[in-house]
Design a protein around this ligand. Structure first.
Ligand code: B12
Ligand code: SF4
Ligand code: SF4
Length: 378
């Protein structure tokens, strides 16, 4: 009879990862990333926008031997976050608890378990998004899936609604075979469906155009030309995953309890949610989004997005909330509220814009008010 310990350590590590709730697990050898040149080119073309942290340690990011000195391999894991959840104004990944916390906890537990199995401390470090690592490249090397034309790591059994994480270890483990097949074939659905045409080529995303970047990572104003294209997406975007035939066929029901949507987000349409966001005080924001990835753009970023959503929905009944936002302490919120009122073009929106212009002392917001007034009268 085979006992658990007759199985290889690699096999037992993966079994333990599945036992902790991960859906994918593999072991990657470390080295220069296969897509290192593609990454260098991407950075050089400015596609990272304001995400300067990607450039700062680029030489470490492109070589997985460098983030953790002494590490010889990485256990790479994937955690499904429920692609069968309905579409909505908030991307699926962000509706529950912060995946960084959830995954890092599990990876640290796995690390301690590995040390207990080998009977000594195993130097290493866990990363989820947080380290200078090309996680998708590493995941492909660990055999977890291929890199789709939408740049997502796609697994043929569960699709792409999976978070990635890695545990770098100074431990001699036999790596898995890399995932060599590309199952995109001649499909171009993701490239065609992107609302902002953010793909400059298959596998190449200009982040500056991507709604995920515009609503989460960007600190300043959403460029004028892109605001209408954001549509009713308040936070993040799943469009290039939703249209993917692999997800349509294989995406799973949400299983990880930690990713259950926050009460504030349940069954809210984009407009109702945007109105609720614009009404939040700092304290209410902190309470409603404690431990949520949606805290990343801060309250002002979320209110900026909410104003854009209301401008796109163009509903006159939203004028009072937007008019109140013209007095928000953050110029970023005031300028997007002005833009939204300019899109609504009613007598009451025009009056609110004129009233605010008489008081506004921020030059950029004043410009935005003038443009909105112009748009309302022509
Ligand atoms: C910066 C970043 C972003 C940026 C830029 C994304 C991008 N595609 O470049 C923005 C803010 C736009 C973003 C958006 C999203 N992100 Co993000 N993001 C990251 C982060 C921190 C770094 C990614 C990076 O290095 N980008 C630079 C580009 C060049 O690298 P890349 O995305 O890995 O793309 C590779 C391929 O394009 C390949 N490649 C290039 N040319 C070619 C040519 C061929 C022929 C081939 C085969 C490959 C290939 O090489 C690249 C380098 O490895 C990672 C975490 C991490 N540390 O890796 C998470 C990460 C990629 N994001 C993630 C998620 C979930 C998202 C969103 C779905 C969130 C949302 N719903 O709004 C969207 C998806 C948008 C999309 N289609 O990518 C997950 C992806 C999981 C997965 N299954 O792939 C990650 C891994 C976070 C995590 N730990 O789970 N993200
Ligand atoms: S996440 Fe949305 S905006 Fe970004 S590339 Fe995909 S479809 Fe386009
Ligand atoms: S939509 Fe088509 S091209 Fe895009 S990732 Fe999915 S299979 Fe590949």
């Amino acid at each position: 009879m085979t006992t658990a310990h007759a199985l290889s350590l690699e096999h037992r590590i993966k079994a333990q990862a599945y036992g902790l709730g991960f859906d994918l697990a593999g072991i990657a050898p470390l080295g220069i990333a296969d897509s290192a040149e593609a990454f260098d080119d991407w950075v050089a073309r400015g596609y990272a926008g304001d995400m300067t942290y990607l450039e700062r340690r680029a030489e470490v990011r492109r070589d997985s031997r460098r983030p953790v000195p002494g590490a010889t391999c990485a256990v790479v894991v994937g955690l499904d976050y429920g692609g069968r959840e309905p579409p909505g104004p908030v991307a699926r990944y962000a509706r529950g608890d912060d995946y960084h916390d959830v995954m890092l906890d599990k990876l640290r537990t796995l690390h301690a378990w590995i040390a207990s199995q080998v009977g000594r401390d195993v130097p290493g470090k866990a990363y989820v998004d947080t380290g200078p690592v090309l996680e998708r490249d590493l995941a492909r090397r660990a055999g977890l899936g291929w890199l789709g034309k939408n740049t997502m790591l796609l697994n043929p059994k569960i699709g792409s609604y999976v978070f990635l994480g890695s545990l770098f270890l100074a431990l001699d483990l036999t790596p898995d075979a890399p995932f060599e097949n590309d199952h995109c074939g001649r499909c171009t659905r993701c490239l065609d469906a992107c609302p902002t045409h953010a793909f400059v080529a298959p596998h190449v995303l200009d982040a500056r155009q991507c709604i995920s970047y515009l609503t989460i990572e960007l600190r300043g104003a959403i460029p004028d030309a892109l605001r209408p294209l954001v549509g009713d997406l308040l936070y993040g975007c799943d469009v290039c995953q939703e249209v993917c035939p692999w997800n349509q066929k294989f995406a799973r029901q949400l299983r990880e309890a930690a990713f259950t949507p926050r009460e504030m987000l349940v069954e809210r349409n984009a407009r109702d949610l945007a109105l609720a966001v614009l009404g939040l005080s700092r304290e209410e924001f902190s309470t409603a989004f404690a431990g949520s990835p949606m805290k990343r753009p801060k309250l002002r970023g979320l209110k900026r997005n909410a104003a854009a959503v209301l401008g796109n929905s163009g509903n006159q009944t939203d004028v009072p909330v937007l008019a109140a936002s013209l007095s928000d302490p953050e110029p970023l919120v005031r300028s997007h509220a002005a833009w939204a009122l300019g899109r609504i073009r009613s007598a009451s929106s025009l009056a609110a814009l004129r009233d605010r212009l008489a008081l506004e002392d921020d030059a950029e917001v004043a410009d935005e008010l003038r443009v909105a007034i112009e748009a309302s009268v022509t």
